[in-house]
Design a protein around this ligand. Structure first.
Ligand code: ZN
Ligand code: ZN
Ligand code: ZN
Length: 153
């Protein structure tokens, strides 16, 4: 069930040229870790001009998995009537588990778009928003964040 996320990865996940070192922009160092890449090594992330980002294989696979599991999960949540109610359905739970596992591997916390706190597993759902710089792949707590705070959870 691996979907092709090459395009989305380049547009939404690969850091822009301003955030990268000259070596990373030149494709000589992985954009996600300090590993240096010899010519012909690494995965071409599809840049152009002075922005020619590459990734080492393990970062590429990890980042691809994070994005693919997120999109599967978010697509499901958008189309599933069971997920409109809380708690979400078992399918969403499984997809969420998969995504959280993928996030752990890149040591990235999931932050709630509303309260900006780190979310604990299975307290949140995917939440896509359109911002000024394009689509943002965020998360939102199931319950309103203020209710969650009051209950001390
Ligand atoms: Zn890397
Ligand atoms: Zn569902
Ligand atoms: Zn929240």
């Amino acid at each position: 069930m691996t979907r092709d996320v090459t395009e989305s990865l380049r547009i939404f996940v690969v850091p822009g040229g301003m955030l990268l070192t000259p070596q990373q922009n030149a494709g000589q160092v992985c954009v996600w870790c300090p590993r240096s890449l010899h010519p012909g090594e690494g995965v071409d992330l599809g840049g152009s001009g002075p922005w020619w980002p590459h990734a080492c294989l393990s970062c590429y696979e990890a980042q691809t998995r994070v994005l693919a599991t997120y999109l599967d999960w978010a697509d499901h949540a958008d189309g599933c009537t069971l997920c409109k109610a809380a708690p979400p359905c078992d399918t969403a739970h499984t997809m969420g588990t998969d995504h959280i596992d993928a996030l752990c591997r890149i040591a990235k916390p999931a932050l709630c778009s509303d309260c900006h706190r780190i979310t604990e597993p299975h307290t949140f759902r995917p939440h896509r928003t359109v911002g000024t710089s394009g689509m943002r792949f965020g998360y939102l707590h199931h319950k309103p964040c203020h209710a969650r705070r009051q209950s001390g959870a």
